[in-house]
Write a protein that binds this ligand. Sequence first.
Ligand SMILES: Nc1ncnc2c1ncn2[C@@H]1O[C@H](COP(=O)(O)OP(=O)(O)OP(=O)(O)O)[C@@H](O)[C@H]1O
Length: 267
Amino acid sequence: MVKPTDRVVATENEPLKKLAEVRDLNFYYSGKHALKNINLPVYEKKVTALIGPSGCGKTTLLRCFNRMHDLYPGNRYEGEIWLGDDPPRNLLQMDPIEVRMQIGMVFQKPNPFPKSIYENVAYGLRVRGINNRAILDEVVERSLRNAALWDEVKDRLEEPGTSLSGGQQQRLCIARALATDPALILFDEPTSALDPIATVSIENLIVELKDQVTILIVTHNMQQAIRISQFTAFMYLGEIVEYNETMSIFTKPVEQKTADYVSGRFG
Ligand SMILES: Nc1ncnc2c1ncn2[C@@H]1O[C@H](COP(=O)(O)OP(=O)(O)OP(=O)(O)O)[C@@H](O)[C@H]1O
């Protein structure tokens, strides 16, 4: 088996810096052992894709990064998820509220809050006690621009977020995640509820965003992983079977299971 941390990678002749690293992670839903000995680097300002058949543990792994499993009793983590290097901190030992302030999440179905477009984006700053209108205006505009939504909504910021189209709502959720300047944004199949045109706009956005923020994305769509990610982990039955640069996973996988999956022989 190819262990992610064994592999030294240097794409495009640029040095790679780890933003986060999962080490020997196990996760249990009450009695169910859902993640088994996961090791995974997450490189800064890159897109890392998690792929694999339904039920293999992609979403479970993603949700460990923002401690979402803490919301339900009986769930248990073992191992470490390190974030940053100054000094690195184990996310699994931190206050979950503090973790969620540094790690944003975008879900399958767009989930704007029942608030105006402006207040959806300003929400994370208000939670931190920032209510200065000039600061909020600046961050709201910058975040909406970065989410490629500003031009479409700049004249209707007081309208409800739910009045937007599905693709616009997803970009609003991305703007909301960007507003707090997170180190990492988690995307859980962000285009699965969108039409093909909205999907392309979200994919283009993710490609642009990686220059500013690190991205970890779960996708069922292998073509999407190829289009937008630099690194890919293939998961099966709660384990990472293989991790490598995306092109290697899809063109010269080492493990037979990976080869079978990426060539569509199962899944
Ligand atoms: N709340 C839960 N309680 C118990 N078991 C769960 C829970 N959520 C998920 N599981 C189980 O954990 C395993 C991993 O599920 P997970 O949703 O992470 O897979 P996935 O790869 O994201 O699947 P999909 O692609 O279908 O979304 C599955 O066996 C699933 O049945």
